[in-house]
Design a protein around this ligand. Structure first.
Ligand code: HXC
Length: 262
């Protein structure tokens, strides 16, 4: 499949591989235009539907993961045109429909919609050059793809308010301290690290991977008691899988498990 605004490729040596999506509008610092978001949605769903793919990595360029939604195309909108056209709702949440893990590999700027897109991924690996921010206040608007809701959950109210009200950016070290990113690596190792993490995940049983993703996301939507009850059911349910028996037998036999993803 050929795209205009993104690149896709497949990586890995094992039976389940990693789908890599690279945002590719370098002149606009990967600004998230409608065509780009359409292509991103299409590529995400295609990898999700492909049984040979276990994990997806989403990345940008050295200079920018994405500097936000595309400002020139937003500029002429009125309230009515934004509201009736559902401005920037199309495909912005496709990533949340993906059942396989999606890892954001972020170097350079992840601002506005770029930061929101990274936060919609399952976890973020950052290059030491990464900078995160929700600077919409400078444009006279507010975050529009979940930033005002996800950032406080990730870094707490005080830092989220500080970033959104003053428009200051957070560097990679601060983002890691605050819990926004899971690890920081030198910029030239970013892709290797993200693809390595994906390869590790690809080696595990697909049903347990998919259910872990679902459960962790559930933690943001349900009271603790309900989330724990669902977790217990999923835990019990996996005793109906081949891979539970294989994983436990392999541990006791001190050998590597041969998961069959069933
Ligand atoms: C379109 C953008 C862009 C954007 C940068 N560019 N950000 N184009 N939309 N969001 C373009 C610039 O116009 C410029 O094009 C080129 O990329 C390089 O950018 P410069 O500003 O020259 O680079 P630099 O001085 O290094 O500054 C980098 C930057 C700055 C700090 C990232 O570009 C910046 O502040 N960008 C805007 C960030 C922002 O406000 N994001 C939030 C958008 S609102 P030319 O043609 O001049 O070379 C949003 C709402 C989300 O995201 C809602 C989701 C539903």
């Amino acid at each position: 499949m050929t795209y205009e605004c993104i690149l896709t490729s497949v990586h890995g040596d094992g039976p389940r591989k990693t789908g890599l999506i690279t945002l590719n509008r370098p002149k606009a610092l990967n600004a998230l235009s409608d065509p780009l978001m359409d292509e991103l949605g299409e590529a995400l769903l295609a990898f999700d539907a492909d049984d040979g793919i276990g994990c997806i990595v989403l990345t940008g360029s050295e200079r920018a993961f994405a500097a936000g939604a595309d400002i020139p195309t937003m500029l002429p909108h009125t309230f009515v045109s934004a509201f009736t056209s559902g401005l920037l709702s199309k495909n912005w949440e496709t990533i949340l429909q993906v059942r396989k893990p999606v890892i954001a590999a972020v170097a350079g700027y992840a601002l506005g919609g770029g930061c929101e897109l990274a936060m919609m991924c399952d976890f973020i690996i950052a290059a030491d050059t990464a900078k995160f921010g929700q600077p919409e206040v400078k444009l006279g608007v507010v975050p529009g793809a979940g930033g005002s809701q996800r950032l406080p959950r990730a870094v707490g109210k005080s830092k989220a308010m500080d970033m959104m009200l003053t428009s200051r950016m957070m560097d990679a070290a601060e983002a890691e301290r605050a819990g926004l990113v899971s690890r920081i690596v030198p910029a030239d190792k970013l892709l290797e690290e993200a693809l390595g993490a994906a390869e590790t995940i690809n080696g595990f049983s697909a049903p347990s991977v998919a259910l872990i993703k679902e459960l962790v996301n559930l933690a943001y939507q349900t009271p603790l008691r309900d989330g724990v009850a669902v977790e217990r059911r999923y835990f019990h349910a996996l005793f109906g899988s081949h891979d539970q028996r294989e994983g436990m037998e392999a541990f006791l036999a001190k050998r590597a498990p041969k998961f069959e993803h069933r």
